[in-house]
Design a protein around this ligand. Structure first.
Ligand SMILES: Cc1cc2nc3c(=O)[nH]c(=O)nc-3n(C[C@H](O)[C@H](O)[C@H](O)COP(=O)(O)O)c2cc1C
Length: 208
């Protein structure tokens, strides 16, 4: 499925016509290019995420956005059109879960800030709880996470789309900064050693 065929409603198309972008987007919509199967590029991008936002729809019609985060890799790429993650016991509001019980559609967005890349996904969520979750648990469990897994969300992807990198401010996690600083730290240590040796030489010079 192409992403456009799911989100370009008649009114959206009218606006694209009015503002001169319809031809370009019609081409994208009808190109036949598959946007529902991940290539290795998307799979790797997804496997490296430590968080994403997802929106569900409640019976009152309000869209509801929630952030989900965890250690890198908590979002599992099951195959080229399926994702899964564990729903740990949390604030017990159950808004996303409740919404998904009446409408299983979800919109997700994940951002790689250092590389300024963002991916949007539309999918349908299957919820596995209790006995039905058993076979899923080993696939979604994070060894370091001790919180109870209440359910497993399995996302059947219907379409995805990459956004342009515009307006993504590069941001780095503490771990990424530490990694990036390693070379600087090494250089500083070398300079400190050199400084120490030079001071010693200078002391010896003055003493003689
Ligand atoms: C003890 C505790 C642990 C939580 N752990 C996580 C977590 O690992 N990842 C996460 O995205 N939210 C975590 N949360 C936040 C929310 O519980 C979580 O986003 C919530 O279950 C979503 O529910 P909702 O769809 O009703 O908004 C935690 C909250 C609590 C109180």
């Amino acid at each position: 499925m192409s992403f456009g065929s799911l989100v370009f409603t008649p009114l959206v198309k009218k606006l694209q016509e009015r503002y001169g972008s319809r031809r370009q987007y019609a081409r994208m919509e009808n190109s036949g290019a598959s946007q529902d199967r991940f290539t290795p590029f998307e799979s790797q991008f997804l496997a490296e995420r430590d968080g994403f936002y997802w929106a569900t729809i409640g019976t009152a019609g309000w869209p509801y956005v929630q952030y989900r985060g965890g250690p890198k890799g908590f979002l599992k790429v099951i195959d080229d059109h399926t994702l899964a993650f564990a729903d740990f016991r949390g604030n017990k509001q159950y808004i996303s879960t409740g919404n998904l019980l009446t409408d299983n559609r979800v919109a997700m967005i994940m951002v790689d800030y250092p590389r300024q890349a963002r991916l949007k996904i539309l999918g349908r969520v299957e919820i596995f709880e209790g006995d039905k979750a058993e076979s899923w648990l080993p696939r979604v469990r994070m060894p370091e996470e001790k919180t109870v897994i209440e359910r497993v969300f399995v996302i059947h992807v219907e379409a995805y789309d990459w956004n342009c990198p515009q307006h993504i401010t590069p941001r780095y996690t503490a771990e990424e900064i530490r990694e990036g600083m390693q070379a600087v730290e090494k250089r500083m240590q070398a300079l400190e050693q050199e400084n120490k040796a030079l001071r010693k030489e200078l002391e010896q010079f003055h003493a003689s």
